[in-house]
Design a protein around this ligand. Structure first.
Ligand code: NAD
Length: 363
């Protein structure tokens, strides 16, 4: 298979961490008989430097012509970078919002995995995390409270602000189906999170999710209220496989879930649309404080590349090979600075990429 991948290296540590992910992808392709062709795309500060704006229409078209896009991170230090002297619509982050909108990326996936080897970084008690955990938060990204009608009015000298949380059944159905598809590739359990005891939008959410579940008889569906879910994430995170939820609940729960895993340098993410197309990127930012030092952790980007193989190309075996290689390097005791602990060996970005690459295809 030829994989046509758009690559946005971006700013700060972006080029360093994406280079390592490409190394791992190339080796995986070689071992499993595929080829990767890369389309280099400029976005964020790197695009401002060349074109004066963070994302050009031509770049969007070129991204659309790819099967998937792998991205580093964009942005710089807001205090010192000249990019932040520009008006907000021309700053690096505007490119990010625009590409998500243009590509209609409505489903955000954030895995929260606690590796046995990194459990020291987890703030939860050992008896809770014994054996690690592995869940996927699936968040609706283009509807709900953040996109609903809002207004602030003053009546009789009293200010009142209002935001509306609105979903139609089609928006719910498409994310629910995506959630069940993802569960089919995992442990076949979906926990749909809502506030159906109070909100109409949640009652519709629950009804449509139940309808969608009928097409996936192998998947176990359960419903959980969002307040309970927030507690269960720290009480018993092992119970979760796929957590499916609306925009604001997902925003909060995905941050909670990722914090219980430890370092930001380990957190992959994907944003998907209705086709197989997806944008894959680490959850962290461009880390200007460590850019160019060769010490950034490339694992989140490498795991994002594994997600790309699984969800955009259906190459599950290849994705597993990458995930296994990451586990083996961690087991060996090699760590970048952000996940370093006593008695382990500290290595740099490129060395981490090389070690993971070296394990691809080795049993
Ligand atoms: P950040 O995630 O870049 O950094 C926070 C801390 O985490 C820093 O100490 C950094 O060194 C560390 N860190 C992040 N990724 C790491 C990695 N892979 N390895 C080791 N350490 C890592 O967040 P910030 O400092 O708030 O933002 C910096 C810039 O990134 C800003 O311009 C912001 O707008 C941008 N940003 C971009 C994205 C994106 O591209 N999707 C996301 C968040 C922030």
């Amino acid at each position: 298979m030829n994989l046509k991948i758009g690559v946005i290296k971006g700013d700060g540590i972006g080029p360093e961490i994406v280079t390592e992910a490409m190394k791992v992808l190339d080796k995986t392709a070689e071992v499993y008989g595929h080829t990767c062709s890369y389309e280099q795309l400029l976005m964020g500060g790197a695009s401002i430097d060349v074109h004066g704006i963070p994302l050009t229409d031509e770049t969007i078209q070129r991204a659309k012509s790819c099967d998937a896009v792998l991205m580093g991170s964009i942005g710089g230090d807001a205090k010192t970078s000249p990019w932040y002297k520009l008006e907000p619509s021309k700053r690096p982050e505007a490119g990010l919002l625009k590409i998500r909108k243009e590509l209609n990326l409505f489903a955000n996936l954030r895995p929260a995995v606690l590796y046995e080897e990194l459990k020291g970084a987890c703030p939860l008690k050992e008896e809770i995390t014994e054996g690690g955990f592995d869940m996927m938060i699936m968040r609706e990204l283009t509807g709900g409270l953040y996109f609903g009608e809002r207004k602030t009015v003053e009546e009789n000298g009293v200010l009142t602000a209002m935001d509306s949380l609105c979903y139609n059944e089609n928006e719910i159905r498409r994310i629910a189906k995506r959630g069940f598809d993802i569960a089919m590739k995992r442990r076949k359990k979906v926990t749909s999170v809502d506030k159906a005891n109070v909100l109409d939008s949640s009652r519709l959410w629950r009804k449509v999710v139940e309808q969608a579940a009928e097409e996936y008889p192998e998947v176990t569906l359960e419903h959980m209220l969002v307040d309970n879910c927030a507690m269960q994430l720290v009480k018993d995170p092992k119970q979760f496989d796929v957590i499916l939820t609306e925009n604001m609940f997902g925003d909060i729960l995905s941050d909670e879930a990722s914090m219980v895993t430890g370092s930001i340098g380990m957190l992959a993410s994907a944003s998907l649309n209705e086709t197989k197309f997806g944008l894959y990127e680490p959850s962290g930012g461009s880390a200007p404080d460590i850019a160019g030092k060769g010490i950034a952790n490339p694992i989140a980007t490498i795991l994002s590349a594994a997600m790309m193989l699984r969800f955009s190309f259906d190459l599950d075996k290849e994705a597993e090979a990458i995930e296994e290689a990451v586990s083996r390097v961690l087991k060996e005791g090699c760590r970048t600075i952000d996940i370093m602990s006593e008695g382990k060996t500290q290595i740099g970005t490129a060395q981490m990429g090389d070690l993971i690459t070296g394990y691809i295809g080795k049993h």
